[in-house]
Write a protein that binds this ligand. Structure first.
Ligand code: HEC
Length: 144
């Protein structure tokens, strides 16, 4: 039987070897839920950069807000509570959002029904988690 020290040593070596030969697919499948969520739901209008230059802009009545300037316009701090409410979009007079900027709270609540099917769940927790994931990514898009 190997001594614990030898075993630890060979494990450390195996670990070191695994670091030097990262398989190509490991890089490609790196998870970034905020980025994926943004690219799937927001980038068509707000652009991949968040600057408001997405491909469907010419078809919109209103120009999408430049999301990279939100912190700058608020004294250098991302206004997180307002941002969450804006994305949720349900405190507006028109709870479905404007024709141009959808109300995501309602959309995510519908997505939750499809996601959980017949399991018990907390729709509010699901909606909040998806919105906070987006806010975390928008935070990374902020212009310095
Ligand atoms: C169909 C186009 C469209 C999509 C998709 C879209 N937006 Fe918007 N968004 C807009 C437009 C247009 C505005 C400008 C304000 C308005 O018309 O309501 C806006 C404004 C905003 C604002 C700023 C509102 C304010 O008070 O200044 C935020 C934040 C925002 N969008 C976040 C998002 C996020 C996050 C997503 C994805 C989950 C998203 N948007 C998806 C079109 C879109």
């Amino acid at each position: 039987m190997k001594s614990p020290i030898l075993l630890a040593g060979s494990l450390a070596l195996a670990f070191a070897a695994s670091l030097t030969q990262t398989p190509a697919h490991a890089q490609a499948t790196k998870m970034d839920p905020g980025k994926s969520e943004f690219e799937a739901n927001c980038a068509a209008c707000h652009g991949l950069s968040g600057k408001g230059d997405g491909p469907v802009v010419p078809a919109l009545k209103n120009k999408p807000t430049d999301l990279t300037q939100l912190a700058k316009k608020n004294g250098g701090v991302l206004p997180v509570p307002q941002l969450v409410e804006t994305i949720r979009g349900e405190k507006r007079i028109d709870a479905h959002g404007t024709a141009d900027m959808p109300a995501w709270g309602r959309r995510f609540r519908i997505a939750a029904i499809e996601h959980y099917v017949d399991m018990p769940y907390d729709p509010e927790a699901y909606v909040r988690a998806r919105i906070l994931t987006l806010v975390e990514y928008i935070n990374r898009l902020q212009a310095k």
